[in-house]
Design a protein around this ligand. Structure first.
Ligand SMILES: [Zn+2]
Ligand SMILES: [Zn+2]
Length: 109
């Protein structure tokens, strides 16, 4: 099954994918439209497909203990295994999720 198709013009061949965090941004060579494609990620812990794309803050440590957000990238969180993290994100919207400087789950990213 190949569901990759431009939503604007219907092109299926002239499409280019570019990795953007955990997601892939597809650009249509025919009309120039671009969109984010869900690469159908699976939870690494439970194998479930019920993942939510969440903007994760890219944090750089300055000197001392100061942290500064330098951008965001899209990550996919499992609504089962990452329920607490998702809750934390939704509670702080529209701010991006802060990475696990705060000890939550032992994710190794
Ligand atoms: Zn197109
Ligand atoms: Zn899971």
């Amino acid at each position: 099954m190949n569901d990759l198709q431009c939503g604007a013009c219907g092109e299926t061949d002239d499409l280019a994918g570019l990795a953007a965090g955990d997601a892939i941004v597809i650009t249509c060579g025919a009309c120039g439209a671009s969109w984010e494609r869900d690469p159908s990620p699976r939870c690494r812990s439970c194998g479930g497909a019920d993942l939510q794309p969440i903007p994760l803050a890219i944090v750089e440590k300055g000197r001392g203990t100061q942290l500064s957000v330098v951008g965001t990238r899209t990550v996919h969180l499992c609504s089962v295994c990452d329920a607490e993290t998702l809750e934390r994100y939704h509670a702080n919207r529209p701010n991006p999720l802060m990475p696990s400087e705060l000890p939550t789950t032992g994710r190794d990213r």
